[in-house]
Each structure stands twice: as structure tokens, then as C-alpha cells.
Write a protein that binds this ligand. Structure first.
Ligand code: NAD
Length: 437
């Protein structure tokens, strides 16, 4: 029997005990996990630096996010687990009815490489909180983080409750062949389709946290300097390898050059020292394939007539792509159709709100959208005429950070949601219980 089959068989037997665990027992597991994460914080930061040249503050952010999620869950788990009584219809006399949140069972969790620690462990928190068992696969493109993540799992958990297997696509497919109860996948829409197809064979439920091209829209009322500071910081975070990064900025034609100047100033102040890119504050592309992919978008856009407003340099030896803004990009350029996942922002112009809404509608339903405007009517028009997983108005990614909001995509940017109670419910089965009087 292979190790995968052994672990799966053990979890399938043990899941009934885990489903019956009390809030106190689940919290004890989460506390053990939190303590192990904090005890290994330096090793995690070192691994993230080796894998992605993550600056210290960004690496600390991955660890802090997991810690916050655990603390929030510890505070609220009793309330989340409580059955919800519902009033029955008068014709049922004195019958009682309630919704019970019960574990789904064995959950398969796949992490992406861009936040290889945080986005492996954040889904694990609700999976444990809801009384499930888990089989994790860290991402193979971040091998040092995969190794330390696996070490932490081995330190904290019995493999009947949480197990981990390290590897790539072949392993992914072996795990996807298991008749698990739920798959929680974070990654690309392309692989998301493969995961959903595999889950369909066993009718496992899925959470797909995917990506897309996130637009940012500005108008005549936008404070350009303030907006440019957060847009530039977002586009450069983790070298632009963030599912929530703005990919394309839409601005009224008359304000384009002012926006580009404000972006250049913001990037210069944050990331350049004496005219040189400060690589201590700026990550690299995860691997050569992704470096070549993003450089390919840049070369293709330029070949088709786009102008580099600033940046544009690439350093193949250490997989660095300098923060770049492109203007005059023709609609057929590849960068207009693919998720960039690198530090290149395209700035496009529009004449009126209807025009920008049509352009954004044409890009489907991205994971996130940003509107920077001091005109509530403009914001309302954009929200009513577009769709996305979530939106932040006058800021970046705040809808991810607010734990009361459900986080997830819509259609091609994802299925399902998590964070706070939304994550607990996502990996629970809402079971209806009706007790006849
Ligand atoms: P990916 O889809 O390439 O890989 C994710 C996982 O799928 C890995 O474990 C990999 O081993 C496995 N995999 C890859 N090819 C496979 C195949 N053919 N069959 C089966 N399994 C396969 O994603 P990635 O490159 O790690 O991450 C980048 C993507 O993830 C971007 O699109 C980004 O927007 C998205 N993302 C989304 C979120 C979110 O919260 N929604 C967060 C981070 C990243």
C-alpha cells in the first residue's frame, strides 16, 4: 500500500472521531499549530527569502496572517459551531428545526507558490475548526517553504488528522484521484478546471481560489498621488506575483500622464536608492519560466507598439523584472489578455463611464477590482455595471483583510469563499435537522 493510500484510509476511518471533536479540542489543535508556526518563524522567513527573495516585512506578513486567522477563530469558534435554530412553519405544529454545521470529512488542500506559507496554512485553519481531516500539498515551485511547512505539520499533527505530501504535478494528480470529501485549491484558473473535473468524479465539493486580471479605475475626482502610492505598492508587492494585484489601470485620457508621473514618483520613493532598484525591498520572479513569461509579455507589447513609460529593465541572472508602466498598449497585445503576475502595470484611458464599464465587462469577472474616486455616483455606476470576486474602493485589497467579509472569486476567478465564519461554513456541511413534535 502506498503512503498516500495508507494515510487516506486512516483519515477516512478517523474522520468520524474528528467530526465529533469539541470546540475545545479543535482550539487546542489550532493553538499547537500557532505555537509551532511562531517557533519556526525565522526558518519560514529564511525559506521565503530563498524561494522568492521575499523581503523580511513581506515574509512576516505571511506568518502574521496565519496567526491572526487562528486567533480570530479561537475567539469565535464556539459561536460558529452552535446549531442555528429556525422557526418552523405553523402547519408543522410544535416541530423544531435547526441547521447543524458538521464536518465535510477528508479535505485536500493545495497551496500556490506566491504566498506559499500563508495560503497553505490559512485554508487549514477553517478545515481544522470545522472538524475535518486534511491532506496538504505545498507548492513545488517554493521548495524551501514546502519543506519547512511539511516539517511543521509533522511536528504538530498525527497523520490521521493532518498529513502532508510534497511534490509536483504527478503527486497532484495522484491526490486528486482520491475520493476525498472536499478540495480546497488555490492556484490558476487553468489548473482549477482540472481540479474541478477530478472532484466531479467523486462529487467532492470544491473551493477554488483562482486569479484573473484585476482592473483599477480612476476618475476626474481621484486624488492621484494618494491612489498612485497604493497602486504602485500593490503592483510591486512580491514582485507583482499577487492574485489581488491591479493588472490594468483605467484613467480619463486627460489625466493619464499625471497618473504615470505619480506612479513613477511612488515607485521611486519606495524602491529606488540613488537611482538603483533596492533588491532588499523587492522580490524576484519565482523561476525562469515565470521570468520568461512576464518578459515575453513586455517584449510582445513593445513589438506591437506599446511605450514603456518607465522601468522596462529585466535582469535574467537573478530573475528580476524592474517595476514597469506601459502605455499605448494595443488591444491585441498578450498582456491585455493574460494575468500578468509580475511587476508590470498597463495604463489605459477612457472617455466616459459607459466606455470603461464595457472594457471591464469584456475582461470577465476578475478576483478583485479597485475604484479610486471621490464621486459616489461614479463608484455606484462602476459597481452596478461590473462584477468581480470583491472590490475595494479607495484602497488596495482591504476586502481581503477584513475578516467579516467573505473572500473568493466568481466564475473564472473562483468558486466558494473563506475567511472568518465564511471559511468555517465553506468547509462545513449545513445539515438540516427537523424534529417532528
Ligand atoms: P498553479 O495552478 O500552477 O498550481 C497550483 C497547484 O496545482 C500546484 O500544487 C501544482 O502542483 C498543481 N498543478 C499544476 N499543474 C497541474 C496539473 N496539470 N494537474 C494537476 N495539478 C496541477 O498555480 P500557481 O502558479 O501556483 O499560482 C498562481 C495562480 O494562483 C495565479 O493565477 C493566481 O492569481 C492564483 N492565486 C489565487 C489566489 C486566491 O486567493 N484566489 C491566491 C494566490 C494565487
Amino acid at each position: 500500500m502506498s503512503a498516500i493510500d495508507r494515510v487516506f484510509a486512516a483519515q477516512r476511518l478517523h474522520k468520524w472521531d474528528v467530526k465529533n471533536s469539541t470546540a475545545a479540542e479543535r482550539k487546542a489543535k489550532l493553538i499547537r499549530l500557532r505555537d509551532a508556526v511562531l517557533a519556526n518563524a525565522d526558518a519560514i522567513k529564511r525559506a521565503l527569502h530563498v524561494d522568492l527573495r521575499k523581503p523580511e516585512a513581506e515574509a512576516a506578513g505571511e506568518i502574521g496572517s496565519v496567526e491572526n486567522d487562528i486567533n480570530d477563530t479561537l475567539e469565535h469558534l464556539d459561536a460558529w459551531m452552535a446549531p442555528v435554530e429556525v422557526a418552523t412553519a405553523p402547519m408543522f405544529g410544535g416541530a423544531k428545526a435547526r441547521i447543524v454545521y458538521e464536518a465535510r470529512g477528508v479535505c485536500l488542500v493545495f497551496g500556490p507558490w506566491n504566498f506559499p506559507f500563508q495560503l497553505l496554512f490559512e485554508p487549514l485553519v477553517p478545515v481544522i475548526a470545522a472538524g475535518n481531516t486534511a491532506i496538504l500539498k505545498p507548492n513545488e515551485l517554493a521548495p524551501e517553504t514546502s519543506r519547512i511547512s511539511a516539517e511543521i505539520i509533522h511536528q504538530v499533527f498525527d497523520e490521521r488528522e493532518v498529513a502532508v505530501f510534497e511534490g509536483g504535478v504527478e503527486l497532484a494528480n495522484e491526490l486528486l484521484a482520491l475520493p476525498v470529501d472536499h478540495v480546497f485549491f488555490t492556484g490558476s484558473p487553468k489548473v482549477g478546471r482540472i481540479v474541478m473535473g477530478a472532484a466531479a468524479r467523486h462529487l467532492a465539493s470544491v473551493t477554488l481560489e483562482l486569479g484573473g486580471k484585476c482592473p483599477v479605475i480612476l476618475d476626474d475626482s481621484t486624488d492621484l498621488a494618494a491612489a498612485a502610492a497604493t497602486i504602485a505598492a500593490a503592483r510591486c508587492y512580491n514582485s507583482g506575483q499577487v492574485c489581488l494585484c491591479p493588472d490594468v489601470a483605467w484613467v480619463p485620457a486627460a489625466r493619464r500622464d499625471a497618473l504615470v508621473a505619480a506612479l513613477q514618483e511612488a515607485v521611486g520613493a519606495a524602491l529606488y536608492r540613488d537611482g538603483k532598484l533596492d533588491k532588499g525591498s523587492f522580490g524576484r520572479m519565482v523561476d525562469r519560466r515565470n521570468f520568461d513569461r512576464v518578459k515575453g509579455y513586455l517584449d510582445d507589447a513593445i513589438a506591437r507598439g506599446a511605450t514603456v513609460a518607465f522601468g522596462g529593465a529585466t535582469e535574467s541572472d537573478d530573475l528580476t523584472i524592474h517595476p514597469t508602466v506601459l502605455i499605448d498598449v494595443p488591444p491585441d497585445a498578450r498582456i491585455m489578455h493574460e494575468e500578468v503576475f509580475g511587476p508590470i502595470l498597463t495604463v489605459m484611458t477612457f472617455g466616459n463611464p459607459a466606455e470603461v464599464c464595457r472594457a471591464v465587462q469584456g475582461g470577465g469577472k476578475p478576483l478583485a477590482m479597485y475604484v479610486y474616486s471621490n464621486d459616489p455616483g461614479f463608484v455606484d455606476t462602476i459597481l452596478r455595471n461590473t462584477s468581480s470576486g470583491g472590490v475595494t474602493v479607495n484602497g488596495w485589497a482591504m476586502h481581503w483583510f477584513e475578516p467579516q467579509l467573505p473572500f473568493g472569486g466568481v466564475n473564472e476567478s473562483g468558486i466558494g469563499r473563506y475567511h472568518g465564519i465564511h471559511g468555517f461554513r465553506e468547509v462545513s456541511h449545513e445539515r438540516s435537522v427537523f424534529v417532528q413534535s
